[in-house]
Design a binder for this molecule. Structure first.
Ligand SMILES: Nc1ncnc2c1ncn2[C@@H]1O[C@H](COP(=O)(O)OP(=O)(O)OP(=O)(O)O)[C@@H](O)[C@H]1O
Length: 282
């Protein structure tokens, strides 16, 4: 199988506390057009793992291991190479949308500027794409929204703008860290459908971090479970949700079953029904 990303023995520590790694020896493969969901309690190292993969950690951290993305070793790549790769080849959608925007620049200019940086298009095309992206992300009155500054939009709206921009860049790999947490259930459902459409249309590979089983079951094929910086189990989602080998995974699945029930009404499809049945039985 063609792997877009192979991670081997990835370890992340703070320079001044090397004896307590935040991520310990994590390995996994991500095939082309697959989606890996990452589950784990708060502080288990999900965000650190993804940031380390994309070279987004600063010099306070020591990273060892191997990260092979499309045949290139990212841990050896220069900052320039990593910068050139971001946008068109890989995108990380962050938990906190506010940090992704320049507070002094209007939403429309930030969108068109990003499109110009990563894709070849005229000003008119970039403006049209911005409006189309906002519409796709269920944002009303896009013509007005492009004139606003980030602080004039709610967290949920900014999150949708950020997801829309990332999806419109059509990268080969999207890493999304709790991308729908700030959204209400209906918008969350629509945004997840857009992720699924992009995946189907462009064969985009994805890594999805979420506390939410509904989101993970909708989008992921396989699941990696993290506990205290380690990958404790990895496998097809049906196995992780219904027949996990590790006790920790069964505990995590059990405690999340209530959340699963909350979202099943908003989710459609056999996957969600099947997993819900399994969560309620178990
Ligand atoms: N900037 C930082 N400096 C030092 N330690 C950090 C930093 N960010 C996170 N950590 C620590 O690294 C560990 C892993 O954190 P991480 O944010 O990756 O967890 P997570 O699983 O993504 O949690 P959450 O679901 O709450 O986002 C935690 O012990 C956390 O306290």
């Amino acid at each position: 199988m063609n792997m877009i990303l192979s991670v081997r023995d990835l370890t992340v520590s703070l320079v001044d506390r090397p004896e307590v790694p935040l991520v310990r020896g994590v390995s996994f493969d991500l095939p082309q057009n697959a989606c890996l969901g990452i589950l784990g309690e708060s502080g288990s190292g999900k965000t650190m793992l993804c940031r380390a993969i994309l070279g987004l950690l600063d010099q306070r951290f020591v990273i060892t291991g191997q990260v092979n993305f499309k045949g290139r070793e990212l841990l050896q790549a220069s900052p320039q190479e990593l910068r050139a790769m971001r946008g068109r080849e890989s995108c990380m959608i962050l938990q906190n949308p506010m940090t992704a925007f320049d507070p002094l620049s209007r939403i429309g200019s930030q969108m068109t500027e990003t499109f110009h940086t990563h894709r070849t298009m005229t000003d008119k095309e970039a403006r049209e794409l911005s409006l189309a992206v906002l519409q796709r992300m269920q944002i009303r009155e896009p013509g007005e929204v492009v004139k606003k500054y980030p602080h004039q939009l709610s967290g949920g709206m900014l999150q949708r703008v950020m997801i829309g921009i990332a999806l419109a860049l059509e990268p080969d790999l999207i890493i999304a860290d709790e991308p729908t947490t700030a959204l209400d259930s209906v918008t969350q459902y629509e945004v997840m459908e857009e992720f699924a459409r992009i995946r189907e249309r462009l064969q985009t590979s994805m890594i999805f971090i979420s506390h939410d089983f509904g989101v993970i079951s909708r989008i992921a094929d396989r699941i990696l479970v993290m506990n205290q910086g380690q990958a404790v189990e990895e496998g097809p989602k049906e196995k992780i949700f219904c027949h996990a080998e590790q006790e920790y995974t069964r505990y995590l699945v059990g405690t999340r079953a209530a959340l699963m029930r909350k979202y099943h009404l908003a989710l459609r499809g056999e996957d969600a029904k099947e997993l819900k049945a399994c969560a309620t039985d178990g």
